[in-house]
Write a protein that binds this ligand. Structure first.
Ligand code: AHR
Length: 340
């Protein structure tokens, strides 16, 4: 928050009652009080989350004029609510909240509003009244899913398969989170419109461990799985481990017995190299670089400007496979970024 400039016009001395000289330091026009931010990150469950935390922490530094209080909610809403209450008590200038799930925030957001502390939502959304937060910045999770489903449709047709040949395992993210709901809705609509089969659907909580557990269980139950739709890359890595342990192959040759794995994020070199090998056939990017954009929103608010309520980041779709070069959603063409 930009506070009023000091009243002292230059270096000067005054006297206390005891006669001791008091020297006032000269302050320049560029000296402004730091803006204090309380950031409640939802957890550290994935590579995407680590990249997102890095982006936020490096954007709210002393150098940019911020003092940041960072908390990790460990995927528990109750922890995040406690963190927000602590920020309110500390009278921070802004609260940044990356909420683990959408519901259950009304009470604490009302407390922030009563304390006149603006709240900016990052990454995921809440289902509370929109007047309780200033704005949101993040991904269009359903659009990510629609692009990926169009890719699956085009790719499997290019490999000579009928939509009814697709037998899909769906490993969901954290239930009730915006990312899970958007990506699950996108798949559910595609299944209905295209005529695919869903064999099983279970949460992997966006983690490698749970992705592996869920996939191991489904591989014991079904011998006709040929597609795994994972709601993030960490789940996909776990699913690939399970597929290989079961003696099956994760790969692009779905018409020859491979299991086609698709997922979301694409934030690390390691993941992109797994996709380059074809073990993950396509990845819809989820862009974690929120820090500078959130800082720009705060700068605009500080300048008294109005900002958009919902702010989307740009995202691509990646694959190493040459069969599909672009997908179209709602008339917009998205080129497939080729991974080498
Ligand atoms: O909300 C964004 C999602 O959360 C990312 O896709 C996932 O990796 C993370 O855990």
């Amino acid at each position: 928050m930009i506070l009023s400039l000091p009243v002292f016009s230059g270096g000067c001395a005054d006297r206390t009652d005891s006669g001791t000289p008091v020297v006032f330091e000269e302050e320049t026009e560029s000296e402004k009080e730091q803006i204090t931010i309380g950031f409640s990150q939802l957890g550290a469950e994935s590579d995407w989350r680590s990249a997102n935390t890095d982006s936020m922490l490096s954007s709210f530094t002393d150098e940019y004029g911020y003092s940041l209080i960072y908390e990790n909610g460990q995927q528990k809403q109750s922890y995040q609510i406690t963190e927000l209450r602590s920020f309110i008590q500390q009278e921070v200038d802004y609260i940044l909240l990356a909420p683990v799930t959408e519901s259950g925030w009304d009470g604490v957001l009302e407390e922030a509003a009563e304390a006149e502390i603006p709240v900016i939502l990052v990454d995921r959304r809440v289902d509370a009244d929109k007047s309780l937060y200033s704005c949101w910045l993040g991904s269009d999770f359903e659009l990510e899913s629609r692009k990926l489903c169009e890719w699956v449709d085009a790719y499997t047709r290019a490999r000579g398969m009928e939509p009814s040949d697709l037998n899909i395992i769906h490993i969901q993210g954290t239930m009730g989170s915006t990312a899970q709901m958007g990506r699950s809705r996108g798949l559910a609509n595609a299944v209905r419109e295209k005529g695919w089969n869903i064999l099983g659907q279970m949460s992997g909580d966006f983690t490698e461990t749970k992705g592996r557990e869920v996939m191991t269980a489904y591989l014991k139950r079904f011998d006709n799985i040929n597609v795994v739709y994972c709601e993030n890359d960490n789940e996909a890595i776990g699913a690939i481990q399970a597929i290989e342990s079961a003696g099956r192959t994760a790969g692009p040759d779905i018409d020859k017995g491979d299991i086609l794995v698709v997922s979301f994020d694409g934030v690390t070199e390691d993941i992109l190299s797994v996709a380059a090998s074809g073990k993950i056939a396509a990845i819809a990017e989820c862009n974690p670089q929120h820090g500078p954009k959130v800082r720009a929103l705060i700068e605009a608010l500080e300048a008294g400007e109005s900002v958009e309520k919902f702010n989307y980041v740009d995202e691509r779709i990646f694959s190493a496979l040459p069969e599909v070069t672009e997908v179209t959603v709602d008339g917009v063409v998205y080129p497939i970024e080729r991974i080498e």
